[in-house]
Design a protein around this ligand. Structure first.
Ligand code: SF4
Length: 338
């Protein structure tokens, strides 16, 4: 396998509010490789989007990265720690949209309603390449065609509100690729779309990834999307990674009780008619009332009372590239729960 293009090491991003500190990201590490998709999955509030925003240095105040490394191999070959760069400095601005492209969940709010999609694309193209306006417009049309927009030469002068949700998301993908990035971060890119359009967008992303050898970070709450798209998976809960590994290991030999719960909540075509979907008991704790010990213990069906509620589990390697943070795999008599 090629060298990783991005290495995140023990990242911590916290929000400092009057009421207390929210540890939105509280220890996340992973490697991202060219041509592969890393899925980051968990319920809303687990820190997956803040992880992405930390990599792009767009965490809003009162949040900030407090520790950890974000090592990016840039197009020049130099490795920089993005976490240490000045947040509004020229290098971060060049990385954002240049080395790393971003696709948001809701293109309607990410795209300007006051400028045509063409003008937004031309501006993005010229931010990262020295092209005159005519050549940049041609490049913008190429990008729209590449993103599967029919009649791109006509559509380039449309406004975002004139397009369907699926076309708007294709425009977002064209915008994200305008700077020729080698890393693409897609934050819930299909959540707002109907099932058919969702499948089309995922197919498009896979095709573009193969054509460009893109390294993709796909953020989602949907294990079905992970199964479809990811090569490697990080499962997050309350800011922590609780399990990570190749997608086959996560789906066929999940270890952490939270991963197992997420998998049980996927609808199956083999389920008996009218059978109930498994749901996770309890809800995510309030950010200011974070439980001690394992953060999942108030909801965990397998918790070891006296241990799980007092001691934070360390991450344990349990297979090739497969690790989990759970006391079931550190105690002598540990058994994989049925
Ligand atoms: Fe459950 Fe304990 Fe494992 Fe946490 S450490 S997931 S509470 S068994």
């Amino acid at each position: 396998m090629a060298d990783p293009i991005l290495q995140v090491r023990d990242l911590h991003t916290h929000f400092f509010a009057d009421e207390g500190v929210v540890r939105a990201v509280d220890g996340v590490s992973f490697d991202l490789f060219p041509g592969r998709t890393l899925g980051i999955v968990g319920e809303s509030g687990c820190g997956k989007s803040v992880t992405a925003r930390s990599i792009l240095r767009i965490v809003e105040r009162p949040g900030r990265i407090v520790s950890g490394e974000i090592l990016l191999r840039r197009q020049t070959g130099a490795v920089v720690d993005v976490a240490r760069l000045p947040v509004d400095g020229p290098e971060v601005r060049a990385i954002r949209g240049g080395d790393i492209g971003l696709v948001f969940q809701e293109p309607m709010s990410a795209l300007s309603a006051f400028h045509t999609i063409g003008n937004q694309l031309i501006e993005a193209v010229r931010l990262h390449a020295r092209l005159n306006r005519k050549r940049a417009r041609e490049r913008a049309i190429e990008l729209l065609a590449m993103a599967g927009i029919p009649r791109p030469a006509d559509r380039i002068d449309a406004y975002s509100f004139e397009l369907s949700g699926g076309l708007r998301q294709r425009v977002m993908i064209a915008l994200a690729l305008a700077g020729e990035p080698r890393v693409l971060i897609a934050d819930e890119p299909t959540t707002a779309l109907d099932v058919t359009t969702q499948a089309q967008i995922l197919t498009l992303m896979r095709r573009l990834q193969q054509q460009r050898d893109l390294a993709v970070i796909l953020i989602t709450h949907d294990m079905g999307v992970i199964a479809e798209m990811a090569d490697d998976v990080v499962v997050m809960y309350l800011g922590k990674e609780v399990e990570k590994g190749p997608v086959d290991a996560i789906f066929h030999a999940p270890r952490h009780p939270y991963t197992r719960s997420l998998l049980r909540s996927i609808p199956s075509v083999l389920a008996r008619p009218r059978s109930r979907l498994a749901t996770l008991s309890g809800s995510i704790p309030h950010p200011f009332a974070r439980p001690g010990g394992c953060p999942f213990h108030p909801r965990c069906p397998d918790k070891l009372t006296g241990l799980c509620d007092t001691t934070v589990p360390a991450e344990v390697v349990i297979g090739e590239d497969h690790a989990t943070a759970c006391h079931l795999y550190t105690t002598q008599d540990a058994k994989v729960p049925a």
